[in-house]
Design a protein around this ligand. Structure first.
Ligand SMILES: Cc1cc2nc3c(=O)[nH]c(=O)nc-3n(C[C@H](O)[C@H](O)[C@H](O)COP(=O)(O)OP(=O)(O)OC[C@H]3O[C@@H](n4cnc5c(N)ncnc54)[C@H](O)[C@@H]3O)c2cc1C
Length: 259
C-alpha cells in the first residue's frame, strides 16, 4: 500500500506569530519551523498502516526552503521519501490553490491512500482535505479517530458529537485524521541518520502544470480583508472556600447553564 501524507511545516510553537500588515498573511520567512503536530499524527498513522500491511510512505509538503527541517523530521520518523513544492509562485495560495498544488503532486505518484490532518495547526481552514479528494476524484473520509484497511477496503471510525460513525470506502481514498488518533513517535538516532540519505523530490508550480491564475496570491479567490486580536480576557471569578466553595462553583456553572 502506497500512502501519501500531506504534511504542513509551520512556524514552531515557540515562535510568536507575526502578521504582515500588507498581505495580512503569516510571516513565514526567518522564523524557526517544525512539522505540524497535526500532520505528525497523520504520518504516524501511515507508518503504522505500512508496518502492518507493507508499502511505502511519502510525505508531501509545500512551503519555503525552511520547511526542509520538518521534512527531515518526517523522514527520520520513518517516511520513505518526500516531495517538496518549493516556489515563490506558490506563496500566498489560498486553500483551493494549496489543494490544487498538492493534488497535482499526488497525481504524479502511484498511491492507494492520502492522509491529511483535519486542519493544519497554523491556519485551521479545515477544507483542504475535502478539496484534494474532490480534485483527485476519490472519497474523503473525515475526522477519522481509527483506521483499518482490509485489502482494497478502508474502514474508519469518524468522530461525531455523540460518539462515532463507521464509514467504509474502497481504495484509493483520502482520510483526514483527528489529532487524538495517536501519539506520534519520536525520531530515533538511526532514523535521523537514515533521513539524510532519503530522497526529497522538488516541484515548482510550472512543473506541476499550474499557472498564476490557479495558485499563489494571484490565483487566490479567498482574500483576507482584516485581521484583529481577540478581545482581552475578562477577570475571572474567584471562589473562596469557607466550607461551601463546591456549592458556589456548582451555582456558578448552573448560572452559565453548563450543568
Ligand atoms: C503541505 C500542506 C498540508 C496541508 N494539510 C492540511 C490538512 O491536512 N488539513 C487542512 O485542513 N489543511 C491543510 N493544509 C492547508 C492549510 O491549512 C491552509 O489552508 C492553506 O495552506 C492556505 O494557506 P495559509 O492560510 O497558511 O496562507 P499563507 O500564509 O498565505 O500561505 C500560503 C501557502 O504558501 C506556502 N508558501 C509560501 N512561500 C512558499 C514558497 N516559496 N514555496 C512554496 N510554498 C510557499 C505556505 O507554506 C502556505 O502553505 C495544508 C497545507 C499544506 C501546504
Amino acid at each position: 500500500m502506497n500512502i501519501i501524507v500531506c504534511a504542513k511545516v509551520i512556524p514552531a510553537s515557540s515562535v510568536t506569530i507575526e502578521i504582515d500588515p500588507a498581505s495580512k498573511r503569516m510571516v513565514r520567512k526567518g522564523v524557526q519551523h517544525e512539522l505540524d503536530p497535526a500532520a505528525a499524527c497523520g504520518l504516524e498513522e501511515a507508518l503504522r498502516l505500512v508496518e502492518k500491511h507493507g508499502g511505502t510512505v511519502t510525505v508531501l509538503t509545500m512551503g519555503i526552503a525552511d520547511a526542509t527541517i520538518g521534512i527531515r523530521n518526517a523522514l527520520a520518523m520513518g517516511a520513505n521519501s518526500a516531495i517538496h513544492l518549493l516556489d515563490d509562485a506558490l506563496a500566498g495560495s489560498d486553500a483551493l490553490g494549496t489543494a490544487k498544488a498538492l493534488a497535482a503532486a499526488i497525481r504524479k505518484e502511484a498511491f492507494d491512500l492520502v492522509i491529511c490532518a483535519s486542519e493544519s495547526s497554523d491556519s485551521y481552514s479545515g477544507i483542504v482535505p475535502g478539496q484534494i479528494a474532490q480534485l483527485l476524484g476519490i472519497p474523503p473520509l473525515t475526522f477519522a479517530k481509527e483506521i483499518a484497511v482490509d485489502g482494497k477496503q478502508i474502514v474508519v471510525k469518524r468522530q461525531s458529537e455523540s460518539g462515532y460513525d463507521v464509514i467504509e470506502a474502497e481504495l484509493p481514498a483520502l482520510v483526514a485524521v483527528t489529532s487524538g488518533i495517536n501519539e506520534p513517535r519520536y525520531p530515533q538516532l538511526k532514523g535521523i541518520m537514515a533521513a539524510k540519505k532519503k530522497e526529497i523530490k522538488q516541484y515548482t508550480a510550472a512543473s506541476l502544470g499550474l499557472g498564476p491564475d490557479q495558485v499563489g496570491a494571484s490565483g487566490a479567490r479567498e482574500k483576507v480583508l482584516s485581521i484583529g486580536r481577540p478581545p482581552p480576557r475578562q477577570g475571572g471569578k474567584a471562589v473562596t472556600d469557607e466550607g461551601e466553595g463546591g456549592k458556589q462553583i456548582a451555582d456558578f456553572l448552573a448560572e452559565l447553564r453548563i450543568i
